[in-house]
Design a protein around this ligand. Structure first.
Ligand SMILES: C[S@@+](CC[C@H](N)C(=O)[O-])C[C@H]1O[C@@H](n2cnc3c(N)ncnc32)[C@H](O)[C@@H]1O
Length: 237
């Protein structure tokens, strides 16, 4: 309990200290930080491995939402060297780095917004997303989870690795600051800016279940890994 209080105290201080720093457009944010991006993300090493271990053995086709430079794919391709992957990301520079690292893989880079991109119907054995979806409000995720669900083959999986709020207070605090700062800066509704608005595990899993997924496993590390399955013979597809 003490450590949660301490965490919230530090978070509030950080929010006060950064109040006047303008919010950056999403793709620009990542493009500007590309040079030390992978080193910065190395803290999630264990979670990247857990994502790779959660990919089913028989998996042939993966859709990665917000694939960035492919840190989760580095691990997945070690285990499944021949798997076919489509990676969607807004940031061209991140995708170019991925292509540079893995010129020999069966990979399609899609430089688009995953809310707009058509994932198709019953196309993928697995959809994955790591550290990308915590930038969006639950209303948007609700639609996206339904789209992901439709795009996965029966018995396929959605593996979500993400930042989860420790409690309602963190979720509400970050969402309030996000909404206020967007309003103050007059940011249009459809423009993506970089700011973290994670949900609690309860709210995240409820959105996933409402889309039709069965939650099979939750590995609650620093970045949680939630393994969801699309059931065989589901009424909803
Ligand atoms: C923190 S990075 C994670 C990248 C990678 N999954 C990893 O763990 O290294 C988040 C990525 O999501 C991408 N992203 C954010 N919103 C997006 C959207 N609406 N459509 C496509 N990509 C998006 C960003 O451009 C960025 O590359």
């Amino acid at each position: 309990m003490k450590s949660q209080e301490e965490y919230l105290r530090r978070l509030k201080k950080w929010l006060r200290d950064t109040e006047d720093v303008p919010l950056e457009e999403m793709a620009d944010f990542f493009a500007k930080r590309l040079s030390d991006y992978e080193e910065h993300m190395s803290v999630w090493e264990k979670s990247y491995r857990l994502v790779a271990e959660s990919v089913p053995d028989e998996c042939r086709k993966i859709l990665d939402l917000g694939c960035g430079t492919g840190l989760e794919l580095d691990h997945i391709w070690k285990k499944h060297p021949d798997v076919e992957v489509a990676g969607v990301d807004l940031c061209r520079d991140m995708l170019d780095k991925l292509l540079e690292k893995h010129p020999d893989k069966h990979f399609t880079a899609v430089c688009e917004d995953y809310f707009q991109y058509d994932f198709g119907n019953k196309q993928w054995d697995a959809v994955i997303s790591f550290e990308s979806l915590h930038h969006f409000l639950p209303e948007r995720k609700k639609e996206l989870y339904q789209k992901i669900y439709r795009s996965i083959k029966e018995d396929g999986v959605f593996i979500l690795g993400d930042y989860i709020a420790c409690c309602d207070e963190e979720e509400e605090l970050l969402r309030d600051v996000y909404m206020r700062r967007r309003k103050q800066s007059d940011i249009p509704k459809n423009r993506f800016v970089h700011f973290d608005i994670p949900l609690t595990m309860e709210h995240e899993t409820s959105l996933l279940q409402n889309a039709g997924f069965v939650i099979e496993n939750i590995i609650d590390e620093d970045a949680a890994v939630i393994i969801c399955r699309k059931p065989v013979g589901a009424v909803r597809n």
